[in-house]
Design a protein around this ligand. Structure first.
Ligand code: NAD
Length: 471
């Protein structure tokens, strides 16, 4: 059995759970054959994966619609095209990435071959999250296979339709022993995490991140943890409000706020808040019409549990925009809260929904103090046209990434690592960083028997004498 369906009842689950060791062993045996190491195998798998996206885009769009009521545009831009581009970029560069690096040599190693070889780890586990269920599950797999690993793929059970589709499609396109898909919820994941992996790549909440890291510890397995947190926006009143508000509201509302780098809250003066709220009302009308509920472009909340959690936040501060909810549709209107206190629930937890609180600060210094008094965020957004203010934030705060005068887009910039710091995660990926994440960089020194080289290092042999000392 290389594919497990954990959705179909107790009996099925218990049988399948018992097979996890066998599935991982099968992947380990496949890795042991050495077939994942060749450039040709990796290219073939990557091309097959690309074909999977090209031939099944309609089904992928439907699955995303069913899980999150994602619009076709968001499904294509934020999930399918991101994966396809990542595969294309990897195919273009793979040969180069696989080559050993040759660092600069010092005098002592002048005659030696000093190289960094790129070893795959072996059998890795990739655990995806539900909010971008395709992108966040498949993008790490692209790097894992490019680096020559086998990967056990575990989509999030919360995005049920996407998870099932991934489990259906992947075995049709990829080597089944090397890339098994395992479905299931917390009991299945708990059981799966007991297995020994050579690397674990996890995307999800900080709370579960700790569980994953503790499980990985048992086998001293290295991990990348792509977690969440509260990503602040600092808004300076001097910016072009028309553009700034659009960029902030889009970043907040794409996927109905269920984005790990969504702007979580805004820090600004009371005066700027007035301008922001007035403009936000116009922008929302432009984006979603008079009643956002009727717009086909606004996603829904993924589950009742998440809906109830978000509804609670509407009791914090004062609602100046939105506030409407409909449990039967898991709809929450784009909402702005003012007069919010740092101790309010909405300011204590990652929001992960279409609710934007504003906290007033007097200036950039106060904003930096506020940010630094909390856990390090995954993203930090600075809206300011003053270069000195931008530098102030860049030098005095730490976050996974930073985007100045826009939101989200730093995650799509080619060449930038994407990842958190502190409670927002460890490790990074995207492009070559994903390849490097799944690669053990093996430092290698090759000497020959050249007599000059031997005499250069002769001082190391006993009997030791003063003249053998280099200092
Ligand atoms: P989730 O519930 O889908 O969980 C992610 C994975 O963890 C799933 O495979 C799930 O089966 C597993 N899991 C859940 N509970 C578990 C448990 N108790 N034990 C073992 N495994 C368990 O996703 P989520 O955690 O609700 O995702 C939302 C969070 O993810 C947010 O905090 C968000 O910021 C973060 N996130 C981060 C990124 C990033 O790239 N840094 C991207 C997306 C989401």
């Amino acid at each position: 059995i290389t594919r497990v369906n954990g959705f179909d009842g107790e009996e099925f689950e218990s049988i399948n759970m018992a097979n996890y060791a066998a599935i991982v062993q099968k992947a380990r045996d496949a890795f042991g054959t050495g077939r994942t190491l060749s450039y040709e195998f990796r290219v073939k798998q990557l091309k097959n994966l690309l074909r999977m996206f090209e031939e099944n885009d309609t089904d992928l769009i439907s699955a995303l619609e069913s899980d999150l009521r994602k619009s076709k545009q968001e499904a294509c831009i934020m999930e399918i095209e991101i994966c396809k581009n990542e595969i294309r970029q990897t195919l273009l560069n793979l040969k180069d990435w696989m080559q050993p690096d040759r660092p600069e040599k010092t005098f002592v190693n002048m005659l030696d071959d000093v190289a960094i070889y790129k070893d795959p780890y072996g059998v890795v586990l990739v655990m995806g999250a539900w909010n971008y269920p395709v992108q966040l599950t498949i993008c790490p797999v692209i790097g894992a296979m490019a680096a020559g690993n086998c990967a056990v793929i575990k989509p999030s059970e919360i995005a049920t339709a996407s998870a099932k589709l991934i489990a259906d499609l992947v075995p049709k396109y990829l080597d089944q022993e090397c890339f098994p898909v395992i479905l299931g919820g917390i009991p299945e994941t708990t059981e799966l995490l007991k297995q020994k992996f050579d690397y674990i790549f996890y995307t999800g909440s900080t709370t579960v991140g700790k569980i994953v890291r503790a499980a990985a510890n048992e086998h001293l397995t290295p991990v990348t943890l792509e977690l969440g947190g509260k990503s602040p926006v600092y808004l300076d009143g001097t910016v072009n409000m028309n553009i700034a508000v659009k960029r902030i509201m889009w970043g907040k509302l794409v996927n109905a706020g269920q984005t790990c780098i969504a702007p979580d809250y805004v820090l600004c003066t009371r005066e700027t808040q007035e301008k922001f709220v007035a403009k936000a009302k116009e922008v929302l009308k432009e984006f979603y019409g008079a009643n956002p509920k009727n717009s086909p472009d606004l996603c829904r909340i993924v589950s009742d549990k998440q809906f109830q959690r978000l509804k609670e936040y509407l009791n914090c501060g004062k609602i100046v925009v939105g506030g409407e909810v409909d449990a039967s549709d898991r709809y929450i209107a784009p909402t702005i809260l003012v007069d919010v206190k740092p101790t309010d629930k909405v300011m204590q937890e990652e929001i992960f929904g279409p609710i934007l609180p504003i906290v007033n600060v007097e200036n950039a210094y106060e904003a930096i103090k506020f940010i630094n008094s909390r856990e390090k965020p995954l993203a930090l957004y600075i809206f300011s046209e003053k270069g000195s203010e931008k530098d102030l934030f860049l030098k005095n705060t730490t976050s996974g990434g930073v985007c100045v005068n826009d939101t989200i887009f730093h995650a799509a910039a080619e060449g930038l690592p994407f990842g958190g710091v502190g409670c927002s995660g460890m490790g990074a990926y995207h492009g070559k960083f994903t390849f490097d994440t799944f690669t053990h960089h093996k430092g290698t020194l090759v000497k020959d028997y050249n007599i000059i080289g031997e005499s250069l290092a002769a001082g190391r042999y006993p009997p030791y004498s003063e003249k053998g000392l280099a200092f």
